[in-house]
Write a protein that binds this ligand. Structure first.
Ligand code: C2E
Ligand code: MG
Ligand code: MG
Ligand code: MG
Length: 283
């Protein structure tokens, strides 16, 4: 009987693995096609000053239109990272972001720094720092127009020379933000090793910032993160701010910048420009 059960278990496991592998393969094939057929788009989510709500930046977020459906990044970025497609996809993101900034600067007076997300895998060859600096140089744009967002996991990736590349970007004048802070490994030593100027508190901490009396909220943690960041001269962005109560608490705690649905969802480029960028011709 034991043998039969074992046999079944193995067969079951194999079938499940087969399914997972083939699902991944089809996604990989579709991602490759998406890149060729221009199915990607960048959306832009405003970042505003906590004190007065003025626009201080925006995060570029990748969107994939697959026919009529929109596949969220959380479903395809991990696959793209695993199979290496994140490198050409990431190059597309850099080119699109720089192209969009150039286009906006031609038409509008003020375009705030735009932040793009980078995966650890992008710090392998070819060098993502060169790709970014070349793109800006080619477009004739100053480095101040762009920022990059990384997670602590770049430090853990043994393949790339991420710290050197980040140093090069920072030296060239590109702002670096540490994304999803407080999740993952969050070793404080990374803050010393990475040349970051901005710390983004993960959405999960903002979600539990304001809770009913008696419940354990994240307020003490958020307070400590902000104090630590400020003592290191880092600016603090709160991610995923959805309610006026959260905004009020963050203001009280001295958080610098707010990003979240309370102000705006990520917007298509046209809508972002229309709502947030001031025109040179009719201000
Ligand atoms: P992230 O970099 O932490 O981006 C913030 C995510 O939070 C975005 O999800 C954004 O839409 C979402 N968000 C913003 N405000 C709120 C809010 O108030 N409530 C809630 N519930 N969510 C909010 P999105 O666009 O689905 O992206 C998910 C993740 O995919 C990103 O997390 C980032 O890690 C990755 N990603 C997106 N675009 C790129 C890209 O171009 N390259 C790379 N490597 N990764 C990307
Ligand atoms: Mg991000
Ligand atoms: Mg984040
Ligand atoms: Mg994330």
């Amino acid at each position: 009987a034991a043998k039969a059960v074992g046999g079944n278990a193995i067969r079951f496991h194999t079938a499940q693995m087969d399914q997972r592998v083939s699902l991944r393969m089809s996604l990989e094939t579709r991602l490759r096609k998406a890149l060729q057929e221009n199915q990607f788009e960048l959306y832009f989510q405003p970042q505003v000053a906590a004190e007065d709500g003025r626009l201080v930046g925006a995060e570029a977020l990748l969107r994939w239109h697959d026919g009529d459906s929109m596949i969220p990044p959380d479903q395809f970025i991990p696959v793209a990272e695993e199979c290496g497609l994140i490198v050409p996809i990431g190059e597309w993101v850099i080119a699109r972001a720089v192209g969009q900034i150039a286009e906006w600067r031609n038409r509008h007076a003020l375009v705030p720094p735009i932040a793009i997300n980078l995966s650890p895998r992008q710090f392998w060859r070819p060098s993502v720092s060169h790709c970014i600096l070349d793109a800006l140089n080619f477009a004739g744009l100053p480095t101040s127009v762009l920022e990059v967002e990384i997670t602590e996991s770049v430090v853990l990736d043994p393949e790339g020379d991420s710290i050197e590349q980040l140093g090069r970007l920072r030296e060239a004048g590109i702002g670096i933000a540490l994304d999803d802070f407080g999740t993952g490994y969050s070793s404080l030593s990374y803050l010393q090793r990475l040349p970051v100027g901005v710390l983004k508190i993960d959405r999960s901490f903002i979600k539990s910032l304001v809770v009913d009396e008696g419940a354990a909220g994240s307020e003490p943690l958020v307070r400590a993160i902000i104090a630590m960041a400020h003592s290191l001269s880092l600016k603090v962005v709160a991610e995923g701010v959805e309610t006026p109560e959260q905004l009020q608490a963050l203001r009280y705690l001295g958080c610098d910048i707010i990003q979240g649905y309370l102000f705006s969802r990520p917007l298509a480029p046209g809508e972002f420009a229309e709502k947030y960028l001031v025109d040179r011709k009719n201000p």
